[in-house]
Ligand binder design. Structure first.
Ligand code: FAD
Length: 260
């Protein structure tokens, strides 16, 4: 059995978010982390490794410094790491990104499950996982909160707003993980030591057989038209007291805003 985990390096938005004059995020001046959902995706694969001894390959498309993130994931227990990196890939929208990642995955034979995070905390589209499945023509199940394997099938609980559905699919399959799926493990000293003896494979434009017309800005069917920060809302109104007058005022205010 083999699991591939797609991981994205994202700016750490838990601290101060630096914004450039044009309204876009100033990524260069911010620390980076592994996208949180992707750690749940990796943990799910590592749990399968614990249970079955399967191989776990992590893959990212990103700039050269993303190699540091991959080493961290090797230290958590991944077996192999692939960094897809090249100037030609820059400017890709989600469709072009998933095309590049799917093409790279085709070079990794005999996988059973591709794990992705549900969503990246910077781009926030939740499109890349489903698009990779589409490009590879394999089934996908998103919002996975529980996973079981039975023979050649996955049986998952797929989270809904007010409950869940149980869905099964034959492998190979792509699953997108949410934080409810598990608690990611930490690196171990042994893992850190071993991670530096492992090779991170770097695949450039010439290693991934993509059509140059379908990648980068020119190969992207969508482009960002405008980026803006929403206007700050006015200060809220605090009503204090539990008397009839306060309740009347509250009802009037809600009515004014057509909320009743
Ligand atoms: P999501 O779809 O929210 O991520 C879901 C999951 O997919 C992740 O949890 C992870 O498992 C996987 N995943 C996502 N990205 C990667 C990755 N890179 N490697 C491995 N796994 C991954 N970016 C630029 O740098 N330059 C640009 O010019 C540019 N132009 C863009 C134009 C448009 C219209 C759009 C929509 C995006 C653009 N981007 C650009 C951003 C780039 O397309 C996204 O960073 C990328 O496609 C991931 O999308 P997302 O962050 O929404 O991820």
């Amino acid at each position: 059995m083999k699991c591939i985990v797609c991981v994205k390096q994202v700016p750490d938005t838990s601290g101060k978010v630096a914004v450039k004059e044009d309204g876009t995020m100033d990524r260069a001046s911010m620390d980076t982390i592994t996208n949180p959902d992707d750690l749940n995706a990796l943990e799910a694969a590592l749990k399968l490794k614990d249970a079955t001894g399967c191989e776990v390959v992590v893959i990212t498309m990103g700039p050269p410094p993303a190699e540091g993130m991959l080493r961290e994931l090797l230290a958590r227990g991944a077996d192999k790491a692939v960094l897809v990196s090249g100037r030609e890939f820059g400017g890709s929208d989600t469709w072009a990104t998933s095309y590049i990642i799917a093409t790279a995955i085709k070079k990794i034979p005999d996988y059973d499950i591709i794990f992705c995070g549900r969503q990246a905390i910077d781009g926030d589209t939740a499109q890349v996982g489903p698009q990779i499945a589409e490009q590879l023509n394999i089934p996908q199940i998103t919002y996975v909160q529980k996973l079981d394997i039975e023979g050649d099938k996955v049986i998952v609980q797929r989270q809904l707003e007010d409950g869940y559905t149980v869905v099964e699919a034959k492998m190979p399959v792509l699953l997108t993980a949410i934080k409810e799926l598990n608690t990611p493990r930490y690196m171990t000293p042994k893992g850190i030591f071993e991670a530096y003896n492992k090779t991170v494979q770097v695949w450039g434009f010439n290693d991934v057989p993509v059509d140059a017309e379908k990648i980068g800005l020119k190969g992207s069917p969508t482009n960002v038209n405008r980026t803006f920060s929403p206007e700050a809302k006015g200060k809220g109104i605090m009503l204090e007291g539990a008397d009839k007058e306060t309740v009347k005022t509250l009802i009037a205010k809600l009515d004014e805003k057509h909320l009743l």
